[in-house]
Design a protein around this ligand. Structure first.
Ligand SMILES: Nc1ncnc2c1ncn2[C@@H]1O[C@H](COP(=O)(O)OP(=O)(O)OP(=O)(O)O)[C@@H](O)[C@H]1O
Ligand SMILES: [Mg+2]
Length: 602
C-alpha cells in the first residue's frame, strides 16, 4: 500500500502560512508590499483588535481584473516573475506568489478590486482558504483587502499572539520599514479609528519621512550619505553622534530598497560610529545599499529579511567608508570657519574629547600610583560626584580617586569653588580645595538641581504654586493612552495634563522650573517614562519621569551663564541633597589634584 500521499492545497497553504504569516504585522507587511508593487501612491491600513480581529489594506494601485482576482489566491500564482532569470532583475517586493494564499488560509479573507476605468469590479471571499466565492462588485480605484479573524483556524498560532499593544508595535514597525524606503507614497495607519502612523508623501525631502517614522527630534541631527562605487551605491541619512539610542533598533538598512537585517551591514555601521559614540549607545541610521541585481540573492529567507552578496567584503567596506566619511564631514564636528563659532557644535566636540580623554585615562596607568588610603579602593567609574578633598599628601592620582559615586560632597564644596573660565563653550573650569583642578558641566548641574527640586515636591507631597501653562497639544496615540493612564502619577509630580478629546491634551500646570519647556516634547517624553500601572508613585517608581522633567527643565537653562547665575547654581548644588534614588548625571567631569599636576609637570 502506498504510504505517500500528496497534501491537499489548503493544507499546503496552511503550512506555508506558518512561515510567511507569523503575526498581524506580517499580514500588513505583505499586503502593503503588494500595494506598492501595484503602483499605489496612497496606502491605508485600518486595524481592529490589534490586527487579529480585522486588517483592511486599501490602495490606489492598478487593481486586478476578475481572472487575476481569482488567480492571485492560488499558490505560486504571481504577476511578478515568469522565469528564473527574472529573479535577477527583480524590481518588485513580491515574487513568490505565496503571500495571499497563505494569508487567506488562516483567516476570513475578502478582496475587492477593479482595473482602471473598468465598469465593474470583483469581490472574492475565502474562509480558511476554502469555499471561494466570486461576485461582481462596484468599480473602484485600486484594491482593498480585508483579513478578519486571523488564525481563527490555527489555535496553536493564536495562542502565541501577544497583547494587542505589542502586536500593534510590530505592525507599526513593519509599516515604518516599508515607509522609510518609499517617501513618494502616503501612508495612513489607524487602529480602532485612531491614527497610529501617518505620513504624507514627501518625495523631495526623505528626512521628513524619517522624522515622521522615527521621531521629530532626530530631524536636526540628520546628514545625507552618498558613497558611489562601481556597481554599488550607499545613500540615505545618518544621525550625528550627538543623537544616540540605547539599542540598535534605530539602524535601518535596505538592499535594493528592501528592508534587510544583516549582521555584516549592522557591524559595518557600528564600526563606523565606534570612535564617536559613548559605550553602550547606538546610532540612528537609514541606509540604502543598492547593488546590481545579479550581485545579491534576495531569495534566502521566506520573509526576505536576509540577503547574500556576491562581494560581501566590498559592501562592508563601502558602508563603513560611507558612515565614517559622513560623520567626519558633517558640520557637527567639522572645522568651524573662523568667526562662525557654533557653541553647540563646539560643545559636542569638547564633550567627545573629554569623554575620550577620560576613557583613555582610565585605561592607562600613569606612572607609579600614589599611596591610596585603602588597598581595597577600586578605580573610580567615569561618572563621579566630587571626591571629598583628602589631605594633599594622601591625594589619589587621577583615575584612582576614591569611588564615591553615591556619596554627598562635603558641605559647602561647590560654593567654595573658584570659577576660572569656560572650556569649549560648555565646561566650567574651577579651582577647588587645595588647588585641585575641577571641571564641571553646568548643564548637568542644572539638571541635578532641578531633579532634586522635583524629588522634593514628590516626597513632601505638597506642590508649590504651579505655573499655569494652558497649552493644548496633539499627541501620538500610544503617548495619549499612557498619559490618560498616568494622570494620577503626573499630578503627584505637579503636572496637570487634561485629556481634551481624541489625542489632544491641555497642559494646564507644571511645577516651577518647567515653564519654558516645549509642552509637546515634554508630554511625549513623560508618556514613555511613566511606570506601568500599579507601580508605587514614589521617587523610585517615578524615577524615570523625574529624570525626564529635570532634563527638560535643564534645556531651558541659559546657554551662557553670568557670574551671578554661576554662583547661584553652585550654591544650589550644595543644598541639593544627593538623594541616592534621584542621582543623575555627572556634574564634575574631571577632578585632578594639584599633586598630580605637579607630578606630570616634572
Ligand atoms: N494590491 C494589489 N493590487 C494589484 N494586484 C495585486 C495586489 N495584491 C496582489 N496582487 C496580485 O496578486 C498576485 C499574488 O500576490 P502575492 O502577494 O500572493 O504574491 P506576490 O506578491 O507575487 O509574491 P510574494 O508571495 O513574494 O508576495 C501578485 O503577483 C499580484 O499580481
Ligand atoms: Mg506579495
Amino acid at each position: 500500500m502506498a504510504r505517500i500521499a500528496r497534501l491537499r492545497d489548503d493544507l499546503i497553504n496552511k503550512i506555508a502560512a506558518g512561515e510567511v504569516v507569523e503575526r498581524p504585522a506580517s499580514v500588513v507587511k505583505e499586503l502593503v508590499e503588494n500595494a506598492l508593487d501595484a503602483g499605489a501612491r496612497t496606502v491605508q491600513v485600518a486595524l481592529e483588535g490589534g490586527g487579529l480581529q480585522r486588517i483592511v489594506v486599501s490602495d490606489d494601485g492598478h487593481g486586478m481584473g476578475r481572472e487575476d482576482a481569482v488567480l492571485c489566491l492560488e499558490r505560486h500564482a504571481t504577476s511578478k516573475l515568469r522565469e528564473l532569470d527574472d529573479l535577477e532583475n527583480l524590481a518588485s517586493k513580491g515574487f513568490r506568489g505565496e503571500a495571499l494564499p497563505a494569508i487567506a488560509a488562516v483567516s476570513r479573507f475578502t478582496l475587492h478590486t477593479a482595473e482602471p476605468d473598468a465598469e465593474v469590479g470583483t469581490r472574492v471571499t475565502v474562509e480558511g482558504g476554502a469555499g471561494m466565492h466570486v461576485e461582481e462588485a462596484p468599480p473602484r480605484v485600486g484594491t482593498v483587502m480585508t483579513v478578519e479573524d486571523l488564525f481563527y483556524n490555527t489555535p496553536a498560532r493564536l495562542k502565541f499572539m501577544r497583547r494587542g499593544e505589542t502586536e500593534l508595535k510590530h505592525v507599526e514597525e513593519a509599516v515604518i520599514r516599508i515607509a522609510l524606503a518609499h517617501p513618494e507614497v502616503s501612508f495612513l495607519v489607524e487602529h480602532g479609528g485612531l491614527p497610529l502612523f501617518t505620513s504624507p508623501a514627501c518625495p523631495e525631502d526623505p528626512t521628513e519621512r524619517i522624522a515622521a517614522a522615527l521621531g521629530t527630534d532626530v530631524h536636526p541631527h540628520l546628514f545625507p550619505v552618498e558613497e558611489r562605487r562601481l556597481g554599488l551605491s550607499v545613500t540615505g541619512h545618518i544621525a550625528s553622534p550627538e543623537y544616540t539610542l540605547p539599542t540598535a533598533r534605530g539602524i535601518y538598512t535596505f538592499v535594493n530598497h528592501r528592508y534587510v537585517r544583516d549582521r555584516g551591514l549592522i557591524g559595518a555601521i557600528q564600526r563606523g560610529y565606534q570612535e564617536y559614540l559613548p559605550s553602550g549607545r547606538q546610532p540612528l541610521v537609514v541606509l540604502f545599499i543598492d547593488v546590481e541585481p545579479h550581485a545579491v540573492d534576495v531569495n534566502v529567507h521566506p520573509q526576505k529579511m536576509e540577503v547574500r552578496f556576491a562581494d560581501s567584503r566590498g559592501v562592508y567596506d563601502a558602508v563603513l567608508a560611507a558612515v565614517v566619511r559622513t560623520i567626519r564631514a558633517a558640520p557637527w564636528l567639522g572645522p568651524t570657519p573662523p568667526g562662525e563659532a557654533d557653541p553647540r557644535r563646539q560643545a559636542a566636540h569638547y564633550a567627545q574629547a573629554v569623554e575620550r580623554f577620560l576613557t583613555r585615562a582610565q585605561e592607562a596607568t600613569w606612572g607609579a600610583p600614589l599611596p591610596l588610603p585603602s588597598a581595597a579602593d577600586a578605580p573610580t567609574p567615569l561618572a563621579l560626584v566630587p571626591a571629598a578633598p583628602v589631605p594633599m599628601s594622601r591625594a589619589p592620582a587621577f583615575g584612582q580617586a576614591l569611588p564615591q559615586l553615591n556619596e554627598a560632597p562635603p558641605p559647602g564644596y561647590f560654593a567654595a569653588l573658584r570659577p576660572l573660565g569656560t572650556l569649549g563653550g560648555r565646561f566650567q573650569v574651577c579651582e577647588g580645595p587645595g588647588g585641585t583642578l575641577v571641571v564641571l558641566d553646568p548643564h548637568a548641574a542644572f539638571e541635578r538641581v532641578r531633579l532634586m527640586g522635583f524629588c522634593r515636591i514628590l516626597e513632601e507631597g505638597k506642590t508649590p504654586p504651579p505655573s499655569l501653562f494652558g497649552t493644548t497639544v496633539e499627541l501620538p496615540v500610544p503617548a495619549a493612552r499612557a498619559l490618560v493612564g498616568g494622570r494620577e502619577a503626573l499630578a503627584r509630580l505637579g503636572i496637570d495634563a487634561e485629556p481634551f478629546g481624541g489625542t489632544s491634551f491641555a497642559l494646564k500646570t507644571v511645577p516651577p522650573g518647567l515653564e519654558g519647556a516645549d509642552p509637546r516634547a515634554l508630554l511625549e517624553a513623560l508618556a514613555q517614562a511613566l511606570p506601568p500601572a500599579g507601580t508605587p508613585p514614589d521617587a523610585v517608581g517615578l524615577a524615570e519621569a523625574l529624570r525626564v522633567m529635570a532634563c527638560h527643565a535643564a534645556q531651558t537653562a541659559p546657554e551662557k551663564l553670568s557670574d551671578a547665575q554661576l554662583r547661584a547654581l553652585l550654591e544650589e548644588l550644595d543644598t541639593a541633597d544627593f538623594h541616592p534614588t534621584c542621582r543623575h548625571g555627572t556634574v564634575v567631569v574631571l577632578e585632578m589634584p594639584l599633586l598630580e599636576l605637579e607630578r606630570r609637570a616634572r
